[in-house]
Design a protein around this ligand. Structure first.
Ligand SMILES: [Mg+2]
Length: 234
């Protein structure tokens, strides 16, 4: 079997560096308040991402802009210097990310039972590559099995990024699972590419239209581990 994973919010907790930054610089500890900020930050990230993809703005500017839009949207009292500090602290905290403990167990089991592991992630090439290195993912995943959308010009849910991966990975009459947290990018993307979809539904994102159904839905990392163990029969 071939198991392809999303990176952000699937293999590691994308929110953890954000949580730390919000606590350090804004003194916000309340989980609901942090989650609220995080949701707008993600929304603004999605708006800014095409600009950095099209190279209208630099990666550095994109990082600053995401923080600025969030700060202004929530009326947070930070000047340009404060916003820059927020962006820089966030970037430093991102360099301390770690694989989710349960995901580490899953990857170890898959590796030990000789199942193939791959990653398809959306994002700028160098940025995602840095996170992959930080997470030491090459301990589990062959570098040739890692596909970063920024290097190919197609972002999930575009089936072409999945097609590139499948052409490279050449699964032989075996089940191919795609595991990701984001309904739009991961579930729709995987299904449009003809893969089996496992939706890691751990975030409370609003999904308006769920016409396309994942093959499996799990609501915690523990459920994901149980499912994968059942799929590989151990
Ligand atoms: Mg994700």
């Amino acid at each position: 079997m071939l198991f392809i994973f999303d990176l952000d919010d699937t293999i590691y907790d994308y929110m953890d560096p954000f949580k730390k930054t919000v606590s350090q610089l804004l003194g916000i500890e309340d989980p609901a308040a942090c989650w609220n900020l995080y949701q707008s930050y993600r929304r603004f990230s999605d708006q800014v991402f095409p600009m950095s993809q099209a190279k209208t703005i630099s990666l550095e500017q994109a990082g600053y802009l995401r923080s600025e839009l969030m700060v202004k949207h929530h009326g947070i009292d930070l000047d340009a210097r404060g916003i820059r500090e927020f962006h820089e602290t966030y970037r430093q905290n991102q360099q301390k990310i770690q694989i989710q403990p349960v995901v580490k167990e899953i990857l170890t089991k898959l590796k030990d039972s000789n199942h193939k592991i791959a990653i398809i992630t959306n994002g700028p090439g160098s940025h995602q590559a840095r996170k992959i290195a930080q997470l030491n993912l090459e301990e589990y995943v062959d570098p040739g099995n890692i596909f970063i959308s920024g290097y190919y010009g197609f972002d999930k849910p575009d089936h072409r990024i999945f097609d590139i991966a499948i052409n490279r990975l050449r699964p032989k009459n075996e089940a191919v699972y795609y595991i990701g947290d984001n309904y739009h990018a991961d579930v729709i993307g995987a299904k449009n590419a003809g893969l089996l979809s496992i939706w890691l539904k751990i975030r409370d994102f609003q999904v308006d239209d769920t016409t396309i159904k994942p093959d499996y839905t799990v609501e915690s990392y523990e459920q994901l581990e149980t499912l994968i163990e059942a799929l590989i029969g151990g």
